[in-house]
Write a protein that binds this ligand. Structure first.
Ligand code: S3P
Length: 430
């Protein structure tokens, strides 16, 4: 992708369906014995991997544009797959399905691309084994491919997680749904709660009313049709584009505003961002709204690391906002960024440096030296095959007068197919 600005951004738009909720809609619908219609399903590479794997397990579906019909077959309706289950780049697919497959009495193998097969899996393997699961991984049970000898009977257990991760929590909830007794997951701080909300909506015996903890018992599900709201993490790229570009105003309609995902809005408001949340409503147990944003003079603020899990996917694009704010921003407590689709700390620091944004790397984050007047340098920059790095850099490039080329931007399809077309349809050269 090549961009030579500066641009403004104006218009009314929608972003594709939420990635986290789309993954869960396939898995949880398959666990019912009903036909479920999922509207506004995200047709990204990651979600298609989850759908493809469920098909290999025997789940039938029909996809018509973004409307997905799933014929649930219940967990005992799944078949032993006749090949390795390939998750591509998707951490959510591998971690959530590992929990489920541990409770299916057949052999399965989960593998992914080089990025996935290097991301830490001990965070799921260890607790699953404590429930009695037979799951093995490379590198001393820490890396995929994962080999699972599924068992019908696992034991429920209480876990005190040292990191707050929705993927780990959801993995254990799926294992816990078929285990004897209660499975309880306690986290240091809240992580996204889409699994809990959807399971509750489908009638599971789940309790997540107590702070950061969740308990689940063996449950059978009663399915209901679903509408997937727009992905807040995808909306974040446009929100920040409208804030940092002059003469801009946008409305993004139908965006999920689950509070475990939207800490970014608190930070941007503290930075002086003109943001209005309008038309709030609830759809299928998830809060949804329209978001109106206009150009703003941003100033740096403190970022409370306690809420890092609620903003972790938005750090690359938040860093762009901080670069064009007055004052310096310290991002800390963000070590998890090192084990995402790429080492996002290294990626942000290196590529910001190439386009002339001053930034200093720390082990658990970085310091961004903000300047509303940065004149970005001409450069060829790298996405590291990471969708969120590619999109964040493309938004930064809209500010520059010099040409910026982003290599390997095809990875954006991981979460946001059609991003480039959508962006180019609402920007105007100044
Ligand atoms: C996700 C959870 C988060 C997030 C990822 C999606 C999910 O990962 O970064 O993009 O859908 O559960 P962690 O659970 O590793 O924090």
């Amino acid at each position: 992708m090549e961009i030579k600005g500066p641009y403004s951004i104006n218009g009314i738009l929608e972003v594709p369906g939420d990635k986290s909720i789309s993954h869960r809609s396939v898995i949880i619908s398959a666990l019912t014995r009903q036909k479920i219609i999922v509207d506004n399903f995200l047709l990204s590479q990651d979600c298609m991997k989850t759908l493809g794997i469920m098909e290999k397990l025997g789940v039938r579906y029909d996809l018509n544009k973004t409307s997905l019909l799933i014929q649930g077959c219940g967990i005992d309706g799944f078949n032993e797959p006749d090949d390795v289950l390939y998750v591509g780049n998707s951490g959510t697919t591998i971690r959530l399905l590992a929990g489920l497959l541990c409770t299916c009495s057949f052999l399965s193998v989960l593998s992914g691309d080089p990025s996935i097969n290097n991301r830490p899996m001990d965070r799921i393997i260890k607790p699953l084994r404590e429930m009695g699961a037979e799951v093995f991984g490379r590198s001393g049970n820490n890396k995929a491919p994962l080999v699972i000898f599924g068992k019908e009977y696992l034991k429920g257990k209480t876990f005190n997680l040292s990191i707050s991760s929705a993927q780990v929590k959801s993995c254990l909830l799926f294992a816990g749904m078929s285990a004897e007794g209660v499975t309880e997951i306690r986290q240091p701080s809240a992580s996204r709660d889409h699994t809990e909300r959807m399971l509750e909506y489908f009638g599971a015996e789940i309790d997540y009313s107590e702070g950061n903890n969740v308990k689940i018992k063996k449950s059978s599900l009663k399915g209901r049709n679903l509408y997937i709201p727009g992905d807040f993490s995808s909306a974040a790229f446009f929100i920040i584009a409208a804030l940092i570009l002059e003469d801009s105003e946008i409305i993004i309609k139908n965006v999920g505003i689950n509070p475990t995902r939207t800490y970014l809005l608190e930070i941007l408001k503290k930075m002086g961002g003109n943001i209005e949340i309008i038309n709030c409503r609830t759809t299928n147990n998830e809060p949804v709204a329209d978001i109106k944003v206009s150009s703003s003079e941003l100033k740096a603020t403190d970022i409370n690391e306690k809420f890092m899990p609620n903003i972790i996917d938005e750090i690359p694009i938040l860093s762009v906002a901080c670069a064009f704010a007055s004052g310096n921003t310290i991002i800390k407590g963000a070590k998890e960024l090192r084990v995402k689709e790429s080492d996002r700390i290294k990626a942000i620091v290196t590529e910001f440096g190439k386009i002339g944004i001053k930034i200093k790397e720390n082990e658990d984050g970085f310091i961004i030296y903000g300047n509303r007047e940065y004149d970005l340098l001409q450069a060829d920059i790298e996405s590291y095959g990471d969708h969120r790095i590619a999109m964040a850099l493309s938004i930064a490039a809209l500010k520059g007068r010099n040409k910026i080329s982003i290599k390997n931007s095809g990875c954006i399809d991981t979460s946001f197919p059609g991003f480039k077309e959508k962006l180019f349809s609402i920007i105007n050269l100044k």
